[in-house]
Design a protein around this ligand. Structure first.
Ligand code: ADP
Length: 727
């Protein structure tokens, strides 16, 4: 009513918008909204005659507006939520408008950039980050902006005070701008590089190692039992040790390659080490290139070897896992390197930096380098001051500077090994440069094997060898000299014998003339004296003949006319010549005979000479003993040849007597010239001691030999051996 009064009073029209009425329509009570407008109605006189109320239902509009408002709240809510989420993720995030002006920056990005969002919002990316201008970043952003496609790329930011590896994802947004996500993958990249480096180091150590080394990975059956070992890595020395190429070994398994390792217990050893972590070792023999070789195997566990399965996870999660895995691998890798180096029986140390500081020293190295004293110095120069100037420490600098490895086999060092003063020590040294990923030399791997004992032992052997060589050479010279002297002597004897014979013959001749009475009558006493002179002259002639003979044989001036001589004939001839003397001494003689037709290959006269000499010695040295007459027995045996045939074999003639015999010590001496067992001047026997020497030389000159056996007081047996004739 107030409204109407107002309108009737000429006031402006009154509007009531969206007035709610709850009314029952279609059988249900529902909220409805109405808008009322009261306007004046004018009469013909122009005065306000009444009021017109326009009534419009606005329910639909009100409801729409309300829904809209609610959805606006929801959108805001959602945006706030997204922002919260984005802030929570590790990824840095920013958005840009089509002009590359920065719109939003998340907290992570603020932290990463070190600038607050308010400082950079509204500025273009190029203003905020000038270093990105002209870089791959600008190119990629512009491409995403123009082509409206998502772009992913990796970038390395380097500059003063920062060194970052990032992975960047760029997405076009609906408003024509870009959303940029980036992740700092610096750690991951560094870890991967470090892993590669570690791996390289490991390879350097192993490839340079003089010891065989292999990584063995368990092969399991369905029940998880270890049944074999794959060999994903073997070093060069290891491959050499088993005479196979590295490729072949690395493609095979232990049992496939060396089936015997199961029986030898190696499979069990390795399995045990894998299970318990306790190192195992074993020595075994194995055939290498057809020869039995000794092998000492030490097994050390390195890591667990189980690779984690990567499930179906988002890319980022995968990346993180990858990073963790890399870190774990790197840790395992370091551990692997350490445990391998520490457990290696070869003395090994890692030195880092231009000062060569020890960063890793294994027990074997400690034993070699500090056996008796403490090595406390952090660098070789401090640890071994006495080595200064010997070229060994200086090599560290050289290898570090040039990056060229150095090996010194049996390098002599004046070294105080036991803390008791410097002594000569020999080392097998090896310096291998260690390089960073960029190729820079960062350290040196040092092998130092003390080979002093080996060198000493070898030198001793070499010394002994040299001594014996000198002795041998000396003996050679002496023999040469003796031979020359002997030859001179033989020559002298030959000349002298000849010169002596001429006057002796004259003595004989003139004595005979006197005896014949040419120079007047000869008394009986004179005749007896002349007889003595003639006897002595003949004896002397005989001696001279012997000496001449011997000297000719010795000088090699004798020629042999080799024919087939029937054995029986030769023995019979000799016996016939000796028969008077045998009879004179009353000695028994037997010849046990030889196979009819048996012949030897010999010079007939020389054979005769030998037999006569042996028989006459037998007669000479066999006498009446205890009233019993002595006996001489000649016998013949045949030694078959290799094929068991008499022909081509050897014929042995034995001349045995029952005489005084020869002492064992004299048995060989009697074959030397001028040796007579009985040296007394009053000895009963004639001779000069040349017979046996000549006989043996002659026998040997005919491919035969002459030997003697005897028992003092019982008799002697001389055996002449000659080759049987070949028909
Ligand atoms: P010779 O008979 O001229 O002394 P030999 O060379 O023939 O020289 O013999 C050397 C020495 O060997 C003899 O002096 C003698 O001492 C010893 N001898 C040789 N044959 C016999 C033998 N059948 N029995 C004992 N001694 C012997």
């Amino acid at each position: 009513a107030a409204d109407y009064a107002q309108v009737l009073a000429g006031e402006p029209p009154v509007v009531h918008t969206n007035v709610r009425h709850t009314m029952v329509r279609n059988g249900d009570a529902e909220d409805t909204w109405w808008t009322y407008t009261d306007t004046p109605v004018f009469g013909d006189d122009g005065a306000i005659a009444g009021v017109l109320t326009l009534c419009e239902e606005t329910t639909a509009r009100v409801l729409t507006e309300r829904r809209h408002a609610a959805s606006l709240i929801a959108v805001e809510e959602a945006e706030r939520h997204v922002a919260r989420v984005l802030d929570q993720v590790a990824d840095r995030y920013l958005t840009m408008d089509p002009e590359f002006r920065i719109l939003t920056v998340n907290a992570a990005a603020e932290r990463a950039i070190g600038l607050s969002a308010s400082r950079i919002s509204g500025r273009t990316h190029w203003e905020a980050f000038p270093t990105s201008v002209g870089s791959a970043v600008e190119r990629q952003y512009r491409r995403a902006m123009q082509e409206r496609v998502p772009v992913q790329f990796a970038h390395h930011y380097v500059g003063h005070g920062y060194d970052l590896h990032v992975e960047i994802d760029v997405y076009p947004t609906d408003d024509g701008g870009l959303a940029v996500f980036w992740r700092d993958v610096t750690e991951r990249v560094r870890a991967a590089a470090a892993l590669a480096e570690s791996e390289r180091r490991f390879r350097t150590v192993q490839d340079a190692s003089p010891m065989g080394f292999g990584i063995h990975r368990a092969v399991r059956d369905d029940d998880g039992r270890v049944v074999d070992f794959a060999i994903p890595y073997i070093n060069a020395a290891g491959a050499r040790l088993v005479s196979r190429s590295r490729e072949v070994v690395q493609a095979g398994t232990m049992l496939a390659m060396w089936p015997g390792t199961a029986e030898a217990g190696v499979l069990a050893d390795l399995t045990g080490t894998l299970m318990t972590g306790a190192p195992s070792s074993r020595e075994l023999l194995y055939e290498r290139d057809g020869v039995d070789a000794g092998l000492a195997i030490t097994a050390v566990r390195i890591g667990e070897g189980a690779d984690a399965e990567l499930g179906d996870v988002t890319a980022r999660l995968r990346a993180e896992r990858e990073r963790d895995r890399l870190f774990m691998d790197l840790g395992a890798e370091r551990e692997r390197l350490r445990s391998v180096i520490l457990n290696m029986p070869a003395p090994l140390a890692l030195l880092e930096g231009p000062e060569h500081r020890y960063t890793l020293v294994n027990d074997a190295y400690r034993r070699v380098s500090g056996g008796g004293r403490d090595i406390t110095g952090p660098t070789p120069r401090q640890a071994y001051p006495e080595l200064a100037g010997q070229g060994i420490l200086e090599k560290f600098d050289e290898v570090f500077a040039t990056g060229e490895p150095w090996a010194g086999a049996e390098t002599l060092a004046l070294y105080d090994r036991n803390g008791t003063g410097v002594i000569d020590t020999w080392f097998n040294l090896r310096y291998e440069p260690l390089r960073a990923a960029d190729g820079r030399v960062t350290g040196i791997l040092n092998f130092a094997v003390d080979v002093t004992e080996q060198v000493r032992a070898r030198r001793e052997v070499e010394g002994l060898l040299a001594e014996s060589e000198a002795a041998r050479a000396g003996a050679e010279v002496a023999r040469g000299e003796a031979q020359a002297a002997n030859q001179a002597k033989s020559q002298f004897l030959a000349t002298m014998s000849h010169e002596l014979r001429t006057p002796l013959n004259a003595i004989g001749g003139y004595t005979e003339l006197i005896e014949l009475g040419i120079h007047g009558p000869v008394t009986d006493a004179q005749r007896a004296a002349l007889e003595r002179i003639q006897q002595s002259q003949r004896h002397l002639l005989g001696l001279i003949a012997g000496v001449l003979d011997y000297s000719r044989v010795e000088a090699g001036a004798v020629t042999y006319r080799m024919v087939d001589v029937p054995v029986t004939e030769a023995v019979a001839e000799a016996e016939a010549l000796l028969a008077p003397q045998l009879r004179a001494k009353g000695l028994g003689y037997t010849w046990s005979g030889a196979a009819p037709g048996l012949t030897v290959r010999a010079d007939r006269e020389k054979l005769q000479q030998i037999l006569l000499n042996l028989l006459s010695n037998a007669v000479k040295f066999t006498a009446l003993r205890d009233g019993m007459h002595g006996r001489i027995e000649v016998s013949c045996t045949v030694e078959a040849n290799d094929a068991g045939e008499a022909a081509g074999g050897r014929v042995c003639l034995q001349i045995r007597d029952t005489g005084e015999g020869i002492a064992g010590a004299d048995l060989e001496r009697i074959f030397e010239p001028f040796v007579q067992v009985d040296q007394r001047l009053t000895r009963a026997y004639s001779g000069v001691g040349l017979g046996l020497a000549i006989s043996r030389d002659l026998a040997r000159g005919m491919e035969g030999d002459l030997t003697a056996e005897s028992t003092l007081g019982l008799g002697s047996t001389f055996t002449l051996t000659l080759p049987a004739s070949v028909p």
